[in-house]
Design a binder for this molecule. Structure first.
Ligand code: CUA
Length: 346
């Protein structure tokens, strides 16, 4: 009786703690809540099972331990107990039926196509050591490539996930969904974002030395803002307003470009230090004050456009996204080259 009381209390505490603790990132998609509810249900069943096992083990250790002077180690042989066998077959079977049944409904829910399938946004996701590239269909029907993932709020998005080299895994923890990016095949999942904000995108499959830095950001925007962003991507270079809205078109502010990106690219300064830009030391990439010292404009440009050709070996590995330049306009690349040239350490 004492043990049953202890077991019930421990289970109750375990379940209460399990449900009270916030294990996960914010729920960023309609899928998140369903998956979290499934987790909670599993926890409710798992905690008592765990407690039962621990209590029985502790009880056995205490009651049946070898006492001083005790010679006979074996207990009595017991053959069969129909009642017990029925219980320990039926109860776990019922638990498993409930969990399997509920899991199956959750799975079909989170994978279901939206009622209005034609409205669904489709994004191709490409994994490549060590960065993600996202391909949208622009308003003019031409592809739009970006290293930042923009998503419209409250709209179903289907990701078709590809890999250009090894196996990666496309994961947005706040959205709860993840799937391997496998060379040669296309995998997919869909999410419907439910709150605006920015969320980490990570690679969840060890893919090489730069695996840990294969991280980007997903931005969930109001639908109108998303539409405006996508429309802007299809405007001819130089024809539209500068990124960020407002400012003049001709002069590109290289410092802003370096520290903040163009609204579409990753910022150089998020990985590289450059004293002139005020970016902090100890980043992921080389310190550009010294790394570019003495280099020509052509060499610097090569480092931006084809970084893999510049640093091919050594440690730490070259984790500069190979697709970085794709997200910049030619004039922006030239502006960056000039900016870096101007700030070389003499
Ligand atoms: Cu890509 Cu890990």
């Amino acid at each position: 009786v004492q043990m049953v009381v202890v077991g019930v209390i421990a289970s109750a505490i375990g379940i209460a703690l399990g449900l009270a603790i916030n294990w996960f990132p914010v729920q960023g998609s309609t899928q998140s809540k369903k998956i979290d509810d499934l987790w909670n249900l599993m926890l409710i069943f798992a905690v008592p099972v765990f407690v039962l096992v621990v209590v029985v083990v502790l009880f056995a250790v205490k009651e049946f331990r070898q006492r001083p002077g005790e010679e006979k180690l074996d207990g009595p042989n017991i053959h069969g107990s129909t009642k017990l066998e029925i219980i320990w077959t039926t109860v776990p079977s019922l638990i498993i039926f409930v969990l399997v049944g509920y899991s199956a409904t959750v799975l079909s829910d989170i994978e279901a196509a939206p009622a209005n399938a034609a409205q669904e946004l489709k994004v191709d996701v490409y994994g490549q050591q060590f960065a993600w590239t996202f391909k949208y269909t622009g308003v003019d029907g031409k592809p739009v490539n970006t290293t930042r993932l923009y998503l419209p709020n409250h709209q179903s998005v289907k990701f078709n996930v590809h890999s250009k080299d090894v196996i990666h895994d496309f994961w947005i923890p706040a959205m709860r969904m993840k799937i391997d990016a496998v060379p040669g095949i296309t995998t997919s999942y869909r999410i419907t974002p439910i709150r605006e904000g920015s969320y980490p995108v990570v690679c969840a499959e060890l893919c090489g030395l730069g695996h840990a830095v294969m991280r980007q950001t997903a931005y969930v925007l109001p639908p109108a803002k998303f539409k405006a962003w996508l429309t802007k991507q299809s405007q001819p270079a130089g024809g539209g307003a500068a990124a960020g809205g407002g400012a003049a078109t001709a002069a590109i502010d290289a410092k802003t470009l370096f520290t903040k990106g163009n609204g579409n690219s990753t910022a150089c300064g998020s990985c590289h230090q450059l004293t002139a830009a005020g970016t902090p030391a100890g980043g992921i990439g080389p310190d550009l004050d010294t790394a570019l010292a003495g280099q020509s404009a052509a060499q610097i440009k090569q480092s931006i456009v084809n970084p893999q050709a510049v640093i091919t070996k050594g440690y730490p590995p070259n984790v500069m996204p190979p697709n970085f330049a794709q997200t910049l306009k030619p004039a922006e690349i030239d502006a960056l080259v000039q900016y870096l040239l101007k700030n070389q350490k003499k």
